[in-house]
Design a protein around this ligand. Structure first.
Ligand code: LLP
Length: 429
């Protein structure tokens, strides 16, 4: 559940010091509402835990995974706290730049970087490409050569570790499309060091998302450290180890590992290895968290339009839908649902659905709620992969987004209107 930043006060659900019903009335629904303090706090949990282990030779960089929530106001808040950014497209790079992020703290992952995107990233001098295939490496080398630049790269290693999460968001198994197969990593580094326009600087992995236990991440880290040693033996010295994102959050009653504990276990391993194998080399440990920073920093508000009962099953039809929050339809994901104002009406068991013409358009199932038509509902833990995965399906304008800071609120993205939705289209004469 979305912890303290979204709590009831006198029977009204608040975002920090602002009542959510007031925001729903002012800006309309569906509406995403974020807590600035939650974003800052979640990032700080990583940065402060890592800072405890830093020495002159051991550094850290937390690169927020932009895909989880990419509003530039959010990126700006995190940039000001010192975050780096993990991007997967040229579009995300443009967002980071527009938000005032530092391109030298940007790492770029993804299996399908286009030539245009590689060029853009080189123009802006990003920190590192996380390269996912030998073909991509050759492409980066060629483009960097044409631009008279040296491209900094890591390989994204596929460690073949089971993240034990939803199959759609598991990425570190042999059968997944991501990264370089474990057995081919050494030869890929050999090739990379022979290329004129490539600077080999690190190693990366990311095994999946919504991991509640850090054991698979630590297993992947062991495998990566082992590779770093093998590479050292071949004279290839790396400056950073990027362990990816993936720490899960509480949506319902999950108990994810505490970020501080996870960070502490990562650094304990890296430090023990560094002390023995490379006490004189400066090594940076990097993280790419997304969900654990943004997920419980936001809610989606919707309003009950109609209540109906079909063959004894109760449906609450809200004005938010699968195009606003795709996770239930796509992953069968659970999001808590809370009435914005606690009312003393009779409770019923509801499936909460949107107006989209698909049976897959549901947001929550089998929920006991005391609600009536016109009530506002909050879909909790919606800050990650909510708005960033929203679409215009059924020609629905995407929701507005509001950032709350204490007792103030700011519209950080206006609601899309009909004109926006057809603005890019042309009728053929
Ligand atoms: N780094 C890379 C290379 C990634 O692919 C991802 C997420 C992350 C970092 C951030 O992972 P996180 O800390 O958020 O777990 N749409 C899905 C999640 C997809 C995750 C994709 N990769 C969902 O709504 O559950």
């Amino acid at each position: 559940m979305t912890e303290g930043y979204f709590a009831y006060k006198d029977n009204v659900l608040m975002a920090e010091g602002v009542a959510l019903d007031a925001l729903a009335k002012q800006y309309g629904t569906p509406l995403y509402v974020y807590s600035k303090a939650a974003f800052k706090d979640h990032l700080a949990q990583y940065m402060e835990a890592a800072a405890r282990y830093e020495t002159e030779k051991l550094r850290s960089l937390v690169c927020y995974s932009v895909k989880s929530n990419s509003n530039i106001a959010i990126l700006n808040v995190l940039a000001k706290q010192g975050a780096g950014f993990d991007i997967v497209s040229g579009g995300e790079l443009s967002r980071v730049l527009a938000a005032g992020g530092n391109s030298q703290k940007v790492i770029y992952s993804g299996v399908g970087k286009t030539q245009g995107e590689i060029k853009l990233a080189l123009q802006h001098g990003i920190l590192c490409f996380n390269v996912e295939s030998v073909s991509e490496l050759k492409m980066i080398d060629r483009i960097a050569g044409e631009m008279g630049k040296k491209a900094p790269v890591s390989f994204r290693v596929n460690p073949n570790v089971d993240a034990k999460t939803h199959p759609y968001i598991s990425t570190g198994l042999k059968k997944n499309k991501f990264g370089i197969p474990f057995e081919e990593v050494i030869s890929a580094y050999g090739l990379a060091t022979s290329l004129e326009n490539i600077a080999v600087i690190g190693i990366d992995c990311h095994i999946g998302s919504q991991l509640l236990d850090d054991a698979p991440l630590l297993e992947a880290l062991d495998k990566v450290i082992n590779l770093v040693n093998q590479l050292s033996g071949k004279g290839i010295q790396l400056n950073h180890i990027d362990i990816g994102g993936g720490i899960g959050i509480t949506y319902d009653d999950e108990k994810p590992v505490a970020i501080q504990d996870y960070i502490s276990r990562v650094f304990t391993k890296v430090k023990a290895w560094q002390d023995v194998y490379c006490p004189d080399r400066q090594v940076t440990v990097m993280f790419e968290p997304g969900r654990s920073i943004s997920g419980n920093a936001g809610v989606l508000l919707g309003q009950v339009q109609y209540i109906k009962s079909n063959s004894g099953k109760n449906f609450a039809i809200v004005d938010a839908a699968m195009n606003d929050l795709m996770r239930p339809s796509l992953y069968d994901a659970y999001h808590g649902v809370k009435p914005v104002i606690i009312r003393h009406v009779s409770a019923g068991n509801y499936e909460i659905v949107g107006p989209i013409c698909e049976s897959g358009d549901w947001l929550a199932r089998d929920r006991e709620l005391a609600i009536a038509e016109g009530d506002y509902l909050a879909f909790m833990s919606a800050g990650a992969y909510g708005m960033s995965m929203a679409s215009n399906y059924n020609t629905r304008g995407r929701a507005a987004e509001v950032l709350v800071d204490g007792d103030k609120d700011y519209l950080i993205r206006r609601r899309e209107v009909s004109d926006d939705l057809i603005a890019l289209e042309t009728i053929v004469a």
